[in-house]
Design a protein around this ligand. Structure first.
Ligand code: F6R
Length: 605
């Protein structure tokens, strides 16, 4: 959700800024811009739309300079336009920002009285305006920026650049992530290490409330109270920051295809000869009375799936909540509660706020994250990485299946600790899990079937997804994937709920995707499928060979996946949820990796 990059370099920075922004474009793509200082003169270029428009502009109107900041935007305040694009400039100050300045209206009113008027509709511009006011009042640029940061309410990662200052950048972080990169006589700033990977693997993460003053050869960090502090400098694994499509047309298809590999990686990170091993301090499930799981979007559906696992396998009561609702309901957190937060980015604002609500109330804060340096990971008592590797496609795919893998291992660990799972049964499930990457590969071979079905789905205006038991959360995930990248209206229902209202939607124009492996609820799901067909609904049955033998002939289309044990079915049935959405979106000609209105890493409420 907005990406920022800053460079105090040895060479011309414009191409490096654009490359950094390219690697951050998944965070927002409705406009982009850069500012540089060249021979002491601050200047900027901004363009509405994708980053390529900024690149084109720079061909015709190049921007020289060895110091610069850049931004790729996901609009919050003010629509996407060149005027509202960052960097925002007022007099000698240019600023890029990720987050929301909540008190910008008050600040604007105050600034108007001082004779400084806004030119844009954004909250961010007030940061540049206020800093200019402070400079006008006689403050040096660093003091002016710090004094501005003191006044800001809300969430921000900020980078400041100043006219006349070719070797100075100020950065600040509160609520939105920010990394500093160290080079040889160069210094960098980025929303994440991925942006900086072509330039350096030496990274310092700013902590909550930190402000930093950078020159090419120095970095000074102060905490919220103004004290000078040391923050670790670490070496980032470069393969972890690789951002390429590896021959695929889209990041999404690359990430779907990577799943057998990353699932194997996630499993091997947690499985030992003797069973499942968690990093310290682990979780003593004999002392856990209740699990509260909170997340957003796809990560929420991973939690919802895990609820079935924790309840059925471990007999552990679980509450699952959408992060944006959770804290406002003020749910009581009773002793014996472990709070578990699932997030690919580890920076989702609502999930982080829910975590903070539980801190000090729950016995323990556990997170399941893809980015180990993220805020959610760092604020947890125990952070469990999912080892999915960088996920760039805005629609989450491999992160979902890796989240499911780690959550299933946790549920098995809980079941074992609570005496609900025999060693033999655990050994059997773990053997099946070890075989899953191979099974997933075999399912990927069914891609052409899903592509074919998608050609018909692409003609529909509305699509329903149905599932029961473990397949219900998967139906929800299938509908979410489809609507976010193909823009077709899709809804998911628990199969048994259909006759309580939604069945009124069924007619011959509505395809209904029924997720139904031949599991313990198969017959019931098939009865619901028949209710749909009796009303003219066109059923796409996603099942296995045993299920297809019973009900395949009746369906409009049938997709047959390899057979897996019931407990593992969500991991495999994530694939048709992803591929049907992917191929339908391709058939509709939408932008699969950067769907309209969306951004990855939602760092605002
Ligand atoms: C959907 C999708 C989103 C995210 C949600 C949470 O494909 O990607 O629904 O799952 O925004 O993001 P994280 O997992 O980063 O907290």
């Amino acid at each position: 959700m907005c990406g920022i990059v800053g460079i105090l370099g040895k060479h011309e920075v414009a191409p490096m800024l654009v490359e950094g922004l390219r690697r951050l474009e998944y965070r927002g793509y409705d406009s982009a811009g850069i500012a540089t200082v060249n021979d002491g003169v601050l200047d900027r270029r901004r363009a509405v739309g994708k980053l390529v428009n900024l690149s084109d502009l720079l061909v015709h109107q190049p921007l020289a300079g060895k110091s610069g900041i850049g931004h790729t935007r996901w609009a919050t305040h003010g629509g996407p336009s060149a005027t509202n694009a960052h960097p925002h400039r007022t007099g000698p100050v240019a600023v890029v920002h990720n987050g929301i300045i909540e008190n910008y209206k008050d600040l604007r009113a105050e600034l108007a009285k001082a004779g400084i008027d806004a030119e844009t509709e954004t909250d961010t511009e007030t940061v540049a305006m206020l800093t200019k006011l402070h400079i006008d009042q006689g403050m040096a640029p660093v003091d002016a920026a710090f004094a501005t940061v003191e006044r800001l309410e809300g969430a921000f990662a900020l980078a400041f650049l100043f006219d006349g200052e070719g070797d100075l950048m100020v950065a600040a972080r509160k609520g939105s992530p920010l990394a500093i990169g160290h080079g040889e006589g160069e210094m960098f700033v980025g929303s994440d290490a991925i942006a900086l990977a072509p330039m350096t693997d030496q990274i310092t993460y700013l902590e909550e409330g930190d402000r930093a003053v950078l020159t090419r050869t120095s970095l000074e960090i102060r905490d919220e109270a103004g004290r000078l502090v040391n923050r670790d400098q670490r070496t980032i694994r470069m393969d972890a920051a690789r951002v390429d499509k590896a021959g695929h047309k889209h990041f999404m298809s690359k990430e779907i295809a990577e799943q057998p590999t990353v699932l194997a990686g996630a499993l091997s990170a947690y499985l030992t000869q003797s069973g499942i091993a968690l990093p310290d301090p682990g979780i003593d499930f004999t002392k856990v009375d209740r699990l509260t799981m909170v997340a957003c979007g796809t990560a929420y559906y991973a939690c919802f799936t895990a609820k079935y696992w924790f309840e059925q396998l471990a007999g552990l009561p679980v509450e699952v909540d959408i992060a944006s609702e959770f804290r406002y309901r003020e749910p009581p957190i009773t002793p014996g509660t472990t709070a578990l937060f699932v997030s690919q980015s580890g920076e989702t604002a609502d999930t982080l706020a829910a975590l903070r609500y539980c801190a000090g109330k729950a016995d323990s804060i556990v997170s399941v994250v893809n980015v180990p340096e993220s805020s959610i990971a760092r604020e947890s008592d125990l952070a469990l990485p999912i080892h999915a590797g960088v996920e760039i496609g805005v629609a989450s795919t491999k992160a979902f299946t890796c989240q499911l893998t780690v959550l299933l291992l946790l549920a098995l660990k809980a079941a074992q600790a609570r005496g609900r799972l025999s060693d033999d049964r655990l050994t059997g499930i773990l053997a099946d899990l070890r075989a899953l990457p191979g099974t997933f590969n075999a399912a990927l071979d069914r891609d052409h079937v899903m592509k074919e079905v998608s050609q018909d789905l692409a003609k529909a205006r509305d699509i329903l997804f149905l599932g029961r038991g473990l397949m219900y959360p998967l139906a929800l995930e299938g509908a979410l994937k489809l609507k976010e990248i193909s823009y077709i209206h899709a809804e998911a229902y628990a199969s048994g709920e259909l006759k309580h209202g939604p069945i009124a939607l069924i007619d011959t124009s509505v395809p209904v995707v029924v997720m139904a492996p031949k599991d313990s609820l198969f017959e019931k799901t098939i009865s619901n499928m028949q209710e749909v067909m009796a009303r003219g609904g066109k059923v796409v049955l996603v099942t296995d060979a045993a299920g297809a033998a019973i009900a395949g002939d009746e369906a409009w289309k049938t997709i047959i996946l390899p057979q897996v044990p019931e407990v593992l079915s969500p991991l495999l049935y994530a694939l048709p949820a992803q591929l049907l959405a992917y191929h339908t979106a391709i058939a509709k000609g939408t932008d699969v990796d950067q769907p309209r209105n969306l951004a990855k890493s939602v760092t605002v409420e």
